[in-house]
Write a protein that binds this ligand. Sequence first.
Ligand code: ZN
Length: 109
Amino acid sequence: MTPLLPTPEHYLYNLITMTNSEAKRLWRRAIKEHFNCTCVYCGNNYEINELTLDHVKPKTNGGESLTSNLVPACRACNQGKGSSHWKRWMRSTFGRNNAREQLILNHIS
Ligand SMILES: [Zn+2]
């Protein structure tokens, strides 16, 4: 398991890797592994390479590229959510799911 760190730079500072590209690769992988390769929105399991990383708070609304703002999402959910508010989008798409909402809340808080 790759340790889950706040940014790719932390993989360099901690000498887990020596290159920027590998730091970014490990970081992206660690976020997906942290959620057991599950899309946080629909709850389905995917191969690690099928998952994208979604900005919970959209970049267009000032959401940062930090571990605490990134979650694994399948392509359909990532595109469907777009720049909507994550909880509003999730509820209107899948109905209310307290367990899954809590999983996201724990990650972003
Ligand atoms: Zn999904």
